[in-house]
Design a protein around this ligand. Structure first.
Ligand code: S3P
Length: 439
């Protein structure tokens, strides 16, 4: 089967209720935490994507039994010290930064050398951001070229607690250090710039030794050694990062309406909603509830013809980090110039996304001014495309693929978008849902 996708026409008007796939951040965290629990944990609606399957393969290699079918995943945890594996172990995080970085926090006490590998895209990404704080606990690392993968870790059984200032707003760095803190002798203190807080919420739900104080601009997290983790049954809600593609598809389509069921609207994840509201979009949360500390709701949105440009406050960056690419399409159709700043982190993702955003927008005739950490987008409310556009060589970045599909379906033109398989990383049902809306 060909591995590219073509868009030949704009999408027809729709009025539908849909569900998108399970939350990736929560799915990976559930797998990793359950692998250290005492007892069997069960998850429903686990995201069946390559990043999550890679997480399952990794814990299996660490000696943990897993049973998986479409409806249910069972992980047979053997306790906090229950990993059993041979010498010369090599673990593959494939395309997942979250898996690679969080995992290092869990194996930081391994007495044997463990090699961590990844695919071409992950191998280029920065791992020094986690090996620096993890070294302070007493672990040793040998990093790959340009601080990437493959790397080697030799852990330490006698880990010392650390004080760690997390300045990037990176939940991956914060979570990796929380996991390592759970294995250290004493109290680890983390002063973290605001970022998604799923790890903290799961630890609190499990009554682990963690205290969190939410300050205005940062969180103060204190972690102590954990002796036992109870089993964790979880019904994974849908991913706002996947929902965002359908929110934007609806906003930019004509006479359309959508409800997306049971989405995780954790306040640390909904920067995209805040920004869209500032741009003039009406978004409604229905059936709100709290599930194990996470906020869940159905999201309702309609087509919006009058879109305002935005000078985006950078305090929203961390809570929007995976949604900027798709959000930039809304800025492309807004009335006026939008400005997004302090976004160097966007070039540290599966592909250099700030650069890719600018490339796609220029291809569709929208002017941009790009620097290494900002983008100005000169919106055009009458945007129309009448040409052929080919999108390829984007390091198989799933979000570049999906953003390009949405651009074609809403702005027109004839698109050939390569590496269709990339959606398997985070949102395997993406094209199926598109096809159902377009029927
Ligand atoms: C994630 C954190 C974010 C995000 C990634 C998932 C997580 O990365 O981009 O897709 O689950 O912790 P950073 O923490 O590196 O910003």
């Amino acid at each position: 089967m060909s591995n590219f996708f073509t868009v030949k026409k704009k999408i027809k008007s729709f009025d539908k209720i849909i569900s998108v796939d399970g939350d990736k951040s929560l799915s990976i965290r559930w797998v990793l935490i359950s692998s250290l629990a005492s007892g069997t944990s069960e998850a429903k609606n686990l995201l069946m994507s390559e990043d999550v399957l890679a997480s399952i393969k990794v814990i299996k290699k660490l000696g943990i039994k897993v049973k998986l079918n479409k409806k249910l995943c069972k992980i047979y945890g053997q306790g906090i010290s229950g990993y059993k594996y041979k010498k010369n172990l090599s673990l593959n995080a494939e395309n997942s930064g979250t898996l690679g970085r969080l995992l290092l926090g869990l194996i930081v006490n391994s007495p044997n050398i463990i090699k961590l590998t990844g695919d071409k895209s992950l191998s280029k990404r920065d791992f020094k951001r986690v090996t620096d704080p993890l070294s302070k606990f007493g672990a040793n690392f040998k990093l790959g070229i340009n601080n990437g993968l493959p790397l080697k870790i030799i852990g330490n059984k006698n880990l010392q607690p650390i004080f760690y200032k997390e300045n990037r707003g990176s939940a991956q760095c914060k979570s990796s250090v929380i996991f390592a803190g759970m294995r250290a002798n004493g109290e680890t203190i983390i002063r973290a710039k605001k970022s998604r807080n799923h790890t903290e919420l799961l630890c609190k739900y499990l009554n682990l030794q963690i205290k969190v104080k939410n300050k205005k601009n940062y969180d103060l997290i204190k972690v102590r050694k954990v002796k036992k983790i109870k089993k964790l049954n979880y019904n994974i809600p849908s991913d706002i990062s996947s929902a965002a593609f359908f929110i934007v598809l609806t906003i930019l389509s004509k006479n359309s309406k959508i409800t997306i069921r049971n989405v995780n609207i954790n306040p640390s994840r909904i920067g995209v909603i805040t920004i869209l509201k500032k741009m003039g979009v009406k978004i409604i949360f229905k059936n709100q509830k709290i599930y194990k500390g996470e906020k869940i709701a159905d999201i309702q949105v309609k087509s919006t013809s009058k879109l305002k440009s935005i000078n985006c406050p950078d305090k929203l960056n961390s809570g929007t980090i995976d949604e900027f690419l798709i959000l930039f399409l809304v800025a492309a159709k807004a009335n006026g110039i939008s400005y997004f700043k302090n976004l160097a982190e966007l070039n540290q993702k599966e592909s250099p996304r700030l650069k890719w955003a600018s490339k796609i927008l220029r291809l569709i005739g929208v002017k941009t001014i790009l620097t290494k950490d900002s983008i100005k987008i000169f919106g055009n409310p009458n945007i129309k495309i009448n040409k052929n556009i080919v999108i390829k060589d984007f390091l198989k970045d799933h979000r570049v693929f999906m953003t390009s599909v949405i651009a074609g379906l809403t702005f027109g033109g004839k698109w050939i978008i390569h590496d269709k398989d990339s959606i398997k990383t985070s949102f395997p049902s993406f094209l199926k849902i598109i096809n159902n809306l377009n029927k």
